[in-house]
Design a protein around this ligand. Sequence first.
Ligand code: COA
Length: 260
Amino acid sequence: MNYENLLIAIEEKIATVTINRPTKLNALNKATISDLSKAVKLLAKNDDVRVIIITGSGEKAFVAGADISEFANYTIVEGAQLAAEGQETLFDYIENLKKPVIAAVNGFALGGGLELAMACHFRVASDNAKMGLPEVTLGLIPGYGGTQRLPQLVGKGRAMEMIMTAAMISAEEAKQNGLVNHVVPQAELLEFTKGIAEKIIKNAPFAISRAIKAINANYKDGKDGFETEIKSFGKCFGTQDFKEGTTAFLEKRKAEFTGK
Ligand code: COA
């Protein structure tokens, strides 16, 4: 499938999705959000894909935010719809995906761009990356989950300060604060991130999907994360991959997982 503002490459079970609007610093207009949502849904069903990496084209930006030109004249109702639709079709969808999604943050990740990176399961940044939620400079607040996910990652006080000051932080600061896991030179970002994906692919896919579910449960209203872990732990015992993983260990060989 061809997308107006996305490039997709699948290699060795890793799908790399590149947001490709470099002249607008990869800002997320409606068409790009819709394409991203469709693409991620298709990749979720594709058995040739075990890990998804999301990055931005060019050397300057991951995503410089939602496309400001599109919502400049919105009403209260339209604004709420924009946030609700985006959250449902893309941001929450990615967070709850059964396959790991990694953000390779290759430059500016601002507003909706940082929110997209935060919806991914974890983040790797290039050393030139800059991150922030500058919505208050536009008279707005983050609308794609930023007020919820930033405090989860960096703590409430730091999130309050970042959102209220609209300040951008460097990749190194983001790493110190737990917002990104690794910082690498820009030229090495994709290879480094693929290296992490390769490690994930060696492990049992069903168990990975259940780990995502159990970890996420802690952040959902009314969910008991421990209860989700217990159920998911139990379900893993019913898989062929569990038999393979334990048998391979006992036979002192490498496990060959099938995802069943
Ligand atoms: N929405 C729409 N267009 C955007 C955009 C956004 N979020 N971010 C950048 N662009 C566009 C610019 O309008 C410009 O387009 P033009 O060449 O047609 O005028 C192009 O991308 C390049 O951006 P520019 O501002 O000229 O680059 P810069 O290097 O001077 O500044 C930034 C880079 C990231 C600091 C600046 O683009 C910026 O502040 N962007 C908005 C960030 C933001 O507030 N995001 C939150 C949105 S909710």
